[in-house]
Design a protein around this ligand. Sequence first.
Ligand code: NAD
Length: 370
Amino acid sequence: MTTRNLFLLPGDGIGVETMAEVKRIIAWMNEKLSTGFETDEGLVGGSAYDAHGEAISDSDMEKAMAADAVLFGAVGGPKWDDVPYEARPEAGLLRLRKDMQLFANLRPAICYPALASASSLKQELVEGLDILIVRELTGGVYFGEPKEIIDLDNGQQRGIDTQIYDTYEIERIAGVAFDLAKTRDNKVTSMEKRNVMKSGVLWNNVVTAVHKKDYSDVELDHMLADAGGMQLVRAPKQFDVIVTDNLFGDMLSDVAAMLTGSLGMLPSASLGAPDASTGKRKAMYEPVHGSAPDIAGQGKANPIAMIASFAMCLRYSFEMIAEADMVEKAIAEVLNDGVRTGDIVDAGMTPVSTSQMGDAILAKLEALSA
Ligand code: NAD
């Protein structure tokens, strides 16, 4: 039986509560489907600071690097507001992304039919929506140098950020987007601002060249990022995979996320380059939401974002497509049945707890696998 190593980092607040539901699903899969998952667990964020005085220890970092995939809950909370900057909870997340060189951030925006009425857009625009935003995560204006505020001689200051992309960075993110499109509806829309930015011209040229060389069987469109934002709220179902840089991806993925309702529903994945010898990519899967201190410890958290992140892990790290489909179907059916945590509850419904949502999803999995 294949062994699959998962390193779990629940983190703080509701990260711990939502990861507990994923652990139950992993145990169920091992027992019922002989999936052979082996899990180890570490500390990240405030809980790691309390134990070791840093946001992630070197030994947990090593385990993350060695695992087939990392599942991450959430970090942060008021308890750690005053810890030294280098040890703040988010530093653990940033170190994981940096050391594992996770350059591709995948954010699906899926609108479950049962929640379509909760979207800020008209139901018919979002019902059945299934798009994937692929954001470049380690380059661009958030990291480019110079990055500074300088004093000018005239009593003014100047803030400078630098947008930089090299060919290889665009090639590798484009490759990820085209590969993913092949597993979906085979269409990529690349977004940049080539009309006003040189990095946008290069982005457009490189994506076009990668397409021509290796992916001419995938449909490719180019769109200016501002027009893309408009199209995302006008007619989101026209898209399949959107690939874009760090800054535009940050904004466009948040816009797309809100088409589908609550933060408690949004999974994500971050992927690195394929290993030269094994071909396996380093990967971390995490919900988009934070540690939600306002509801932490009360059993109110929606575990679906964390469970859907695990489904992405099944799909992208282990190519367990049938199992990933099964988990996503179980989520959709549970929502159809009207099982809702407080964040997605409709008027007249009684909200269930985190573990009751886990129970309902496990019961559906049991039925789907029968
Ligand atoms: P948040 O995502 O934790 O919460 C925002 C709101 O959404 C809250 O009202 C919360 O109750 C609700 N919410 C979030 N996830 C939910 C879920 N699964 N089920 C039900 N309701 C949910 O964002 P915030 O309040 O701005 O930040 C809280 C802490 O989390 C801060 O310390 C922040 O730095 C940290 N944070 C961490 C991450 C991460 O670990 N990736 C991301 C964002 C924020």
